[in-house]
Design a protein around this ligand. Structure first.
Ligand code: GLA
Length: 360
């Protein structure tokens, strides 16, 4: 149900404002954003829809269709339900910008898969902020929305994320990837190689350690930068400069440096096979140097990589389970899924196709 119909069903009146925002899949540039590096995401067709109406009451009321749950809160204290923290964070961060907020009824409906690394939280943040912008006629541009969404997540949901997800949800389209320098925020669109298309598959493995593992990786990168005497790993000139680091930090930093180089190389790729080879190398680096893959994910990615109509495949998002993305021969996604999913299931995994929806 769209947010408007869902809103009416829950709150008995239509919303005053509505907005949507997509999830994203990152094609290359993983764990580079908080190191001021390069990323290459693209929006996915699935969206989160938010509706809002001033309620004239003493508290905000938030209904999440996915949980069939309504929570009430004020801006003085975070709501107990974790899902509500993203919306609460957006409201609080907007209020901190000097915007007077009266209590609202808010309805959220989403078909962005949750907890698989496709940025359902950023889609929620960006849709919430877009809806607030529409409701209150706020002078916020799409980059400011991305910054506010990131702040909401860092300060109120406990993940020290970079800007990748919110920028992708706020600015990327579904037909071209968005090459972005996360330091300067310079960006440009990059078409997928001719004749290729994307397949996104959920490994079925929940991302249980994602938040703690993510924050730990980020801290390791910051420590490596400190030891090297640079503001961020973006400033390290070459791989040789990493030689003096302790082994673990050297591996983490090596992933970041090589991944940045892969993003820039991919942006100039003409042939799908070359782009795909960079994705394969990215997966190996995330597995071996960054240690954010899992045995099940490695198995699924290997099965995809071995398929003749797959040009490259890698885990996508923070890792620790979740989804992977493959660059495929256009139109072959359903056939690839029919070959790979049963082979994965035979080894004990339950995968499902997330993009394109018709290949599921
Ligand atoms: C999560 C974070 C992003 C980014 C990716 C890894 O999605 O929210 O900021 O760091 O992980 O590339």
């Amino acid at each position: 149900m769209t947010s408007a119909r869902g809103f009416q069903a829950v709150f008995g009146q239509p919303p005053e404002a509505e907005a949507s925002a997509p999830g994203r899949v990152n094609l290359l540039g993983e764990h580079t954003d908080y190191n001021e590096g390069f990323v290459l995401p693209i929006a996915i067709p699935q969206q989160t829809h938010v509706g809002m109406r001033r309620n004239g009451q003493g508290a905000f009321r938030l209904h999440a269709q996915a949980m069939d749950q309504t929570v009430a809160f004020t801006l003085d204290a975070p709501p107990a339900a974790h899902f509500a923290c993203y919306v609460y964070g957006c409201l609080v961060e907007t209020a901190r910008e000097g915007v007077a907020l009266e209590p609202l009824d808010i309805h959220v409906a989403s078909d962005v898969p949750m907890g698989v690394g496709l940025s359902s939280s950023a889609a929620l943040e960006v849709a919430t902020l877009r809806c607030l912008r529409g409701l209150l006629d706020l002078p916020l541009d799409d980059v400011q929305i991305a910054h506010l969404g990131q702040r909401a997540e860092v300060r109120h949901a406990g993940v020290r994320c970079g800007l990748l997800d919110q920028m992708a949800s706020s600015l990327a389209g579904t037909t071209r990837a968005l090459l972005m320098d996360t330091r300067s925020l310079a960006r440009r669109e990059v078409p997928l190689p001719a004749g290729s298309a994307l397949l996104v598959v959920d490994s079925g493995e929940p991302r249980s350690l994602a938040a703690s593992g993510y924050n730990e990786r980020r801290a390791q990168c910051e420590q490596a930068a400190r030891l090297l005497g640079v503001a961020s790993l973006r400033d390290v000139p070459d791989l040789q400069a990493l030689d003096g680091l302790p082994e673990l930090l050297r591996r983490r930093a090596r992933h970041v440096l090589t991944e940045n180089a892969r993003v820039l190389a991919a942006a100039g790729c003409v042939h799908a096979r070359d782009f795909g080879a960079l994705m394969n190398a990215s997966h190996a680096s995330l597995r071996d140097d960054y240690a954010v893959s899992t045995p099940a994910m490695d198995r699924l990615v290997s099965l995809l990589q071995a398929h003749p109509q797959v040009q490259g495949a890698r885990l996508t998002g923070a890792g620790f389970g979740g989804a992977c993305v493959a660059l495929c021969v256009q139109g072959a996604q359903a056939a690839i899924a029919r070959a790979v999913l049963p082979a994965y299931a035979a080894g004990g995994g339950q995968a499902r196709v997330l993009v394109p929806a018709e290949a599921s």
